[in-house]
Write a protein that binds this ligand. Structure first.
Ligand SMILES: C[S@@+](CC[C@H](N)C(=O)[O-])C[C@H]1O[C@@H](n2cnc3c(N)ncnc32)[C@H](O)[C@@H]1O
Length: 184
């Protein structure tokens, strides 16, 4: 078990989970997306896989990736459709080489704060997307050091990094987090 796996598996072994995107959030986000014919989805930092499953049940072929073995075990146990359109892999997005793809939709929810080389990761996400694909990145943002929490990121930094790899970056305020909808 590597250190990222150890750190996050301690969290998931305790039964913890994170606020999901509720149907109302998903409806608001999907209302802003163009139709997706290919429906090939990658969920980066999927945790226990709730969003991966939600998108699978909306018709996508979905892959969730997370470095926590405990999260992946929980994700795999929570679906009856493993390897039948939904797949979970235990890997670190920063170092993995993904042979599948391109993806028409990539999601990355409450993960950006924990990525070491954010610019490189966003470039990698962009390269994994089909030309008409969409990245949905959900993160908590702070506007000053006083507002910062371990799971939040500087709003200016994330906007600037996304803007370097995507020509269109739209923002949706979900009230509890910000959703960035990015297209090449
Ligand atoms: C706050 S949790 C969010 C999990 C899930 N996206 C959700 O919203 O329920 C952060 C997740 O990011 C994962 N993570 C951390 N570093 C990562 C990396 N380098 N590549 C992929 N996932 C990573 C952790 O294992 C953890 O599951």
């Amino acid at each position: 078990m590597n250190t990222t796996d150890q750190k996050w598996s301690k969290v998931y072994d305790g039964g913890k989970d994170f606020r999901p995107l509720f149907p109302v959030d998903l409806e608001r986000i999907f209302a802003l997306l163009p139709p997706d014919q290919k429906k090939q989805h990658l969920d980066i930092g999927c945790g226990t896989g709730g969003l991966t499953r939600d998108l699978f049940h909306r018709g996508h072929t979905s892959t969730g990736i997370d470095p926590s073995s405990s999260a992946i075990e929980r994700a795999q146990a929570a679906t009856a459709y493993l390897d039948r359109g939904i797949n979970y892999i235990c890997e670190d997005f920063e170092s993995v080489t993904l042979y599948e793809g391109p993806y028409s939709l990539i999601t990355c929810k409450l993960v950006y704060a924990f990525l070491q080389d954010k610019k490189k990761c966003v470039e990698k996400m962009s390269n994994l997307l089909s030309p008409d694909g969409t990245l949905i990145l959900v993160t908590k943002i702070h506007h000053s050091d006083e507002d910062a929490t371990p799971i939040s990121v500087d709003g200016r930094e994330v906007r600037s990094t996304l803007g370097q790899s995507f020509s269109e970056v739209r923002e949706l305020d979900l009230e509890w987090a910000t959703c960035f909808i990015c297209r090449k």
